[in-house]
Design a protein around this ligand. Structure first.
Ligand code: AMP
Ligand code: MN
Ligand code: MN
Ligand code: MN
Length: 283
């Protein structure tokens, strides 16, 4: 059993990257990938734990893309954490995020929500500021009772306080990830569009843009979604990935390895991803 999707405090999780391998070992995982948003900064500390655990530790990241008018997340598994061009591209991506954060704060103030940038920063353990940290600051200030309430009433996609940022195209994200030696995989397609959405055409398009596969097993999926996406991967001949999307205390109820309802990601998924990486016929 493996987990190919989790976050540390280098993006919007709450755990130190060097702690995660030990949590994984304690629950009997055989492999774990760290996939922080828009950064590889947590990877050195994470990978440095390899001599001390039996769990295979894998590099990863998660990039936000623009697709069909919405935000689509893409995992870059097995990227080279020392790739200088990739690191530079991520710096550019984070500067777009910082620009969004400034506009987001102005929007909130305009809506009559009093909040300072310092209060948001105080909620983060790394320089990367995510909407989760804004949500936490709003809980600290007493504006909302929970992070979830802050998202459902103000910050969530399509809500009054949601300010989009300039995002990559799926094609760009796939190219960046491939050029860094990794495998591009669509994260949690079931969260992008609900259960009634027919993915055949959209996923075929995403494959043409360079996606090798997608998450068929995911921390928030129910059994029906999992069955649907596993069958789709089989039908399209695409690679399967799976993970919990563990964020520590920032996503209560989602456990490392098991997600919300006790998923099991088979080791064979990683073998498929590694075969895809080794083939190197992505151009
Ligand atoms: P950002 O990358 O700064 O736009 O923030 C996106 C992050 O906010 C996601 O990765 C989730 O961790 C979190 N998030 C987005 N929407 C929600 C939601 N409706 N409920 C809880 N967390 C959310
Ligand atoms: Mn997140
Ligand atoms: Mn995501
Ligand atoms: Mn994630």
């Amino acid at each position: 059993m493996i987990d190919l999707h989790c976050h540390s405090f280098h993006s919007d999780g709450t755990d130190a990257p060097e702690r995660l391998p030990h949590f994984a070992e304690a629950i009997g995982l055989t492999a774990l990938a760290l996939t922080d948003h828009d950064t590889v900064d947590g990877l050195p500390a994470f990978l440095a734990q390899q001599p001390f655990v039996k769990v295979r530790l894998l590099a990863g990241t998660e990039l936000s893309c623009h697709f069909m008018g919405k935000s689509l997340h893409v995992l870059g598994l097995l990227v080279d954490p020392h790739d200088a061009r990739f690191a530079k591209r991520l710096v550019e991506l984070r500067s777009r995020r910082e620009d969004r954060n400034q506009r987001l704060l102005a929007r909130l103030n305009g809506l009559g929500v009093s909040l300072t940038f310092e209060a948001i920063q105080a909620e983060a353990d790394s320089p990367l500021i995510s909407r989760v940290h804004v949500a936490k600051a709003l809980v600290t200030s007493g504006t909302f009772g929970t992070i979830q309430e802050a998202f459902s009433k103000l910050l969530g996609d399509g809500k009054p306080g949601c300010v989009p940022r300039e995002e990559l195209s799926p094609k760009e994200a796939a190219l960046w990830i491939r050029e860094a030696g990794g495998v591009p995989l669509v994260a949690h397609p079931g969260r992008f569009a609900g259960p009634s959405f027919r993915w055949d055409e959209a996923m075929t398009e995403l494959r043409q843009e360079g996606m090798a596969g997608f998450e068929t097993v995911y921390g928030d999926y129910g059994p029906q979604e999992e069955a649907y996406f596993r069958a789709l991967a089989d039908r399209l001949g695409m690679v399967e990935s799976g993970g919990s999307d563990y964020h520590g205390h920032n996503k209560p109820g989602v456990a490392l390895g098991g997600g919300r309802k006790g998923i099991r990601v088979p080791d064979a998924f990683l073998e498929g991803i590694e075969r895809n990486q080794a083939r190197g016929d992505w151009n």
